[in-house]
Write a protein that binds this ligand. Structure first.
Ligand code: NAG
Ligand code: NAG
Ligand code: CA
Length: 365
């Protein structure tokens, strides 16, 4: 019960999280006071000079006591696979090998702008890197389809945000060393976002690197405090934040404009275990509708309906990977400049030598 009221209070102060989303250093108490003030002005506030309101949408949210989830036809959610509802959580997988489970919204979501707040818990007996594989939060065209992408089908259509707890690629440590500089190596667990259009495969062996939009490290396993993931989609801007330090502060994970997601897709959460396992628990999924005022220009820009998910300027995003390849070019230029330097030295040497020769000849006479 105590835990329950705590999470409720947390979600009430949640509107604050948007307001101070980028730089969150406010102590929790002042949050509370501000939350109250904001509440009294009708929960109306500005975000980047735009007025914004937010409403919890119960039909797309999942929270205690999970009434009828997976059993009643009036529930807004379906369970699948090994997922199980208990008093305190929806357990997508238990800490056992080769399990997969999912919970999917039954209602397609037709909101323009939204925020999904995920209260989750990943825990198990395995030591670090002897656990797996992770969980995923989805906004996709398809629902209730088993598969290899954290328990969901491959070549999905829409958005996936993964909490990947096992580094598959590190198994090939030598290959990894060749491919990445220390700056681009990852520390696991790793949170990663991907947009699929129905024909883009998730590369499990490389932990989704070829298709990643960005991500961050997140030490989320076996923590005593609550852990949260936050996905916001406003004016085609995708923002992912995490709150995992027990300080009620959101930390930036990914922020990307030009993400085109169609309306009418389904929210879901899935998880999978393999040889290694973990309990993957969803405590709540809270979806907030955001009412964002748009300028005429923005309205015109967003006029055309999106039918296939895509991300603008993906090639620019991939620059990170091009950088790895740069080392070849760097070597080329280093060699080139060395040779030029060498030739320069030879020329200087020749000039000096001929000079010396001449003066020697002069001395002879
Ligand atoms: C999906 O994306 C890939 C890679 O960007 C592209 O080659 C393909 O044409 C896209 N498919 C559709 C149906 O848009
Ligand atoms: C996914 O798409 C890729 C490329 O379009 C294709 O090679 C692969 O067979 C597809 N996989 C599934 C499971 O549909
Ligand atoms: Ca992995």
């Amino acid at each position: 019960m105590a835990a329950d009221s705590r999470s409720d209070r947390y979600s009430d102060s949640k509107s604050m999280s948007s307001l101070f989303s980028t730089r969150n250093t406010m102590p929790f108490k002042s949050y509370w006071i501000l939350a109250f003030l904001l509440f009294s002005v009708n929960r109306c506030f500005a975000d980047d000079d735009h007025e914004m309101e937010e409403f919890l949408k119960r039909e797309y949210s999942l929270s205690k006591p999970y009434q009828g989830v997976g059993s009643s036809s009036s529930s807004h959610w379906d369970l699948m696979g090994d997922a199980m509802v208990t008093a305190d959580q929806v357990r997508l997988t238990p800490d056992m090998q080769s399990r997969q489970g999912a919970v999917w919204s039954r209602m397609p979501c037709h909101l323009n702008d939204w925020e999904m707040q995920v209260h989750f818990k990943i825990h198990g007996k395995g030591k670090k890197n002897l656990n797996g594989d992770g969980l995923a939060i989805w906004y996709t065209k398809e629902r209730m389809q088993k598969g290899p992408v954290f328990g969901n089908r491959d070549n999905f259509t829409g958005l996936g945000v993964f909490v990947d707890t096992y580094p598959n690629e590190e198994k090939h440590i030598e290959a990894q060393k060749k491919r990445y500089t220390p700056r681009t190596q990852r520390i696991f667990p790793f949170v990663l976002a991907m947009v699929g259009n129905g024909s883009i495969a998730y590369d499990h062996e490389r932990d989704g690197r070829p298709t990643e939009l960005g991500g961050c490290n997140a030490m989320v396993r076996n923590l005593k405090h609550d852990t949260f993931l936050f996905i916001r989609y406003i004016r085609r801007r995708l923002t992912v934040m995490i709150d995992i330090d027990g300080q009620h502060e959101w930390r930036d994970c990914l922020d990307l404009p030009g993400v085109r997601l169609p309306q009418g897709y389904y929210f879901g959460a899935t998880a999978v275990t393999g040889d290694l396992s973990d309990n993957h628990d969803i405590i709540s999924l809270k979806l907030y509708q955001l009412t964002v005022l748009r300028s005429k220009k923005e309205e015109a820009e967003e006029e055309e309906e999106i039918t296939i998910p895509s991300v603008d300027n993906l090639d620019l995003l991939r620059l990170g990977e091009v950088e790895e390849g740069m080392s070849g070019i760097a070597i080329f230029f280093t060699v080139l400049f060395c040779m030029l330097g060498f030739i320069f030295l030879i020329v200087i040497g020749l000039v000096v030598y001929s000079h010396w020769n001449e003066s020697r000849r002069k001395r002879f006479y």
